[in-house]
Design a protein around this ligand. Structure first.
Ligand SMILES: NC(=O)c1ccc[n+]([C@@H]2O[C@H](COP(=O)([O-])OP(=O)(O)OC[C@H]3O[C@@H](n4cnc5c(N)ncnc54)[C@H](O)[C@@H]3O)[C@@H](O)[C@H]2O)c1
Length: 312
């Protein structure tokens, strides 16, 4: 039996991951979350007997250590974090506390014989872009805001624990991921929610800033393959989509697919945290996935077939 600890498991990406891991043969998932922004319904209670949920704050050593010593996980996916541009810029001190969680997971992982720690880093570590596409090894990191700095520090902790204690790791740098269970304050969910309710769609600045959008299934399949095939060991992989879309194009696509009468409403650009452009080099992700990524229009159609969370 393989036991896997997933932190932040009531969140968008980690809940999908926990559910997928629980479907692997002879695998048990210990799912922890402090429910600060998480929602237990994302773990589909009652439907996955191989998932056990424990309410726990990863940043509090006494909470998370009892989970490690009681369950002795073989692998850890450390995905818990304070997330979201607005939340992380409004509460930078909370964000910095996440460094404690990273240290706790690594100290406990090293002391209990964990085989590999997987860490959800972010495209934000590249900061305001210096080159495209953004490559895991050749593009310099340019982290300035606390959220990006914490992810960068996390990566440094993983490398250091590997060097000094031999604890294996994998860093995934996630670029925008979207899907039906994403929080309502992210751009895709926000636009769809507004369009379905016939409300104005709010755009910061002129909408010419581009984003790439990775459908949740592509993220999960690539990362689970890295785990199952023992790849990206002590290394980094960008996880995202490399097709660029402007925010205006996204809004237009959402309006088209929903047949909405919503109008676009422009606000002044955000003061910080809204990069003009991002675009990952995803050669590595493509190799992990072994198939084409899902186009944005198809992903939006899948969300529109399952709007329970967005409209909740
Ligand atoms: N979704 C994306 O596009 C994206 C992009 C880049 C990086 N990431 C990273 O992926 C991870 C998951 O992101 P998400 O979009 O699913 O966010 P999410 O907010 O839906 O999930 C994060 C979960 O972590 C929980 N949490 C926060 N602090 C905790 C703590 N101290 N102890 C226990 N649980 C805690 C929250 O309650 C929430 O359920 C995060 O680490 C995030 O930084 C996501």
């Amino acid at each position: 039996m393989t036991r896997i600890l997933v932190t932040g498991a009531a969140g968008f990406v980690p809940s999908a991951l926990a559910i997928r891991l629980a479907q692997l043969p002879a695998t048990e998932v210990v799912a922890v979350d402090n429910l600060s922004t998480g929602d237990l319904r994302k773990l589909e209670p009652g439907r996955h007997p191989a998932i056990q949920f424990i309410k726990c704050d990863v940043n509090r050593f006494e909470d998370i250590s009892s989970v490690f010593y009681a369950y002795r996980p073989d692998y850890v996916f450390h995905y818990a974090a304070v997330v979201g541009v607005k939340r992380t810029t409004d509460h930078p001190v909370d964000v910095l506390h996440d460094i404690e969680g990273i240290r706790n997971v690594l100290d406990l992982g090293k002391n209990t014989g964990v085989k590999r720690v997987f860490f959800s880093s972010s495209s934000e570590v590249y900061g305001e872009p210096v080159e495209f596409p953004q490559n895991e090894h050749t593009t310099p990191l340019n982290s300035k805001l606390p959220y990006a700095i914490v992810k960068n520090v996390g990566e440094a902790f993983l490398r250091s624990y590997q060097r000094e204690y031999g604890l294996n790791y994998t860093v995934f740098r996630f670029f925008n991921t979207y899907g039906p269970k994403q929080s309502k304050d992210f751009v895709v969910s926000k636009f769809i929610r507004a369009a379905l309710k016939g409300e104005d769609i709010t755009i910061y600045g002129d909408g010419s800033q581009t984003r790439t959008f990775c459908y949740i299934d592509d993220n999960i399949e690539a990362t689970v393959n890295a785990f199952r095939r023992n790849e990206v060991v002590n290394d980094v992989a960008n996880i995202g989509n490399d097709r660029e879309t402007t925010i205006l194009e996204l809004a237009a696509l959402v309006v088209k697919l929903t047949g909405s009468s919503s109008r676009l409403h422009h606000l002044p650009p955000l003061k910080e945290g809204d990069m003009t452009r991002r675009m990952p080099d995803i050669a590595r992700m493509r190799a992990l996935l072994g198939r084409e990524l899902l186009p944005l229009e198809k992903g939006l159609e899948r969300i529109l077939a399952d709007t329970a969370y967005i409209l909740d």
